[in-house]
Write a protein that binds this ligand. Structure first.
Ligand SMILES: Nc1ncnc2c1ncn2[C@@H]1O[C@H](COP(=O)(O)OP(=O)(O)OP(=O)(O)O)[C@@H](O)[C@H]1O
Ligand SMILES: [Mg+2]
Length: 250
């Protein structure tokens, strides 16, 4: 398999040290779930990988090329945030087509491509709807369509289903698995939910309390029985949560 993403020795300080040192690599087509206690630096790590935030140290390589913060990396990385961040005054089609504008595609092609990806996420027939007129789950699908439309090499998803109810969440988990299978994209997915990670990820990375290190990296290949894996990861995250609370009090 081809090496897609290499994170080496990445660290980050704001006023406080947020990421100590994190190194891992991802092969093309893997579905990696990042887990870790609240506030340990997951979003920061994703933003560094996405080239939105500079690292204090270390490097991120995508397809053998360094990711430099704030430089344009057309089509390389798609981001899905916790909130859908759709523009309410634009239809779903217009929202998706908007991100294709900087790529220099003519209007007609942007429209065709937007409709295609809205179809991929199961929103055929809703192209002309405004975000306020569809459900939360459908808005989140719209945000995923927007991220896919630029045909990114890597899709970074930061707790994309956190705002959804349990039922919609399950539906979206299945959808993302299906999209992943059908498009072959490499996905990095942050979640608080161990069950979610074990359900959808091919690889699981558990981060430690802040400043984040890798606590455990697991290939989710069914070798460990699902219930036991969930219990083990639960115990691990509770330890890290306690460690972090201890650190925050000190
Ligand atoms: N731009 C910033 N300036 C200063 N501090 C920041 C900035 N962004 C994040 N931090 C700090 O970095 C730490 C980690 O934040 P981050 O959002 O990466 O954590 P997280 O693991 O995503 O948390 P959550 O589980 O709540 O989503 C926090 O203490 C936060 O206050
Ligand atoms: Mg976060």
């Amino acid at each position: 398999m081809a090496l897609k993403l290499v994170v080496s020795g990445v660290g980050k300080e704001f006023r406080i040290p947020v990421i100590d040192t994190v190194s891992f690599s991802v092969d093309a087509g893997e579905f990696v779930c990042l887990l870790g206690p609240n506030g340990c630096g997951k979003t920061t790590l994703l933003r560094i990988i996405g080239g939105i935030e500079p690292a204090t140290r270390g490097t991120v390589m995508l397809d053998g090329k360094p990711v430099v913060a704030d430089q344009r990396h057309d089509r390389q990385v798609g981001m899905v945030f916790q909130e859908d961040r759709l523009l309410p005054w634009m239809t779903l089609r217009e929202n998706v087509a908007l991100v294709l504008k900087p790529l220099g595609l003519p209007v007609s092609e942007r429209r065709v491509s937007a409709d295609r990806y809205l179809g991929v996420v199961g929103l055929r027939g809703f192209e002309d709807y405004y975000p306020g007129r569809v459900s939360g789950g459908m808005r989140q699908r719209g945000a995923i369509a927007r991220a896919l439309a630029i045909e990114p090499d890597v899709l970074l998803m930061d707790e994309p289903f956190a705002a959804l109810d349990a039922q919609n969440r399950r539906i979206m988990q299945n959808e993302v698995r299906r999209i992943w299978r059908e498009t072959g994209r490499t996905i990095l997915f942050v979640t608080h939910s161990i069950e979610e990670a074990v359900t959808i990820g091919t690889h699981l990375i558990m981060l430690s309390a802040r400043p984040a290190r890798i606590r455990e990296a697991i290939k989710n290949d069914g070798r460990v029985e699902r219930g036991k894996l969930i219990d083990d990861l639960d115990a691990m995250i509770m330890e890290e949560v306690e460690r972090q609370q201890g650190g925050d009090r000190a």
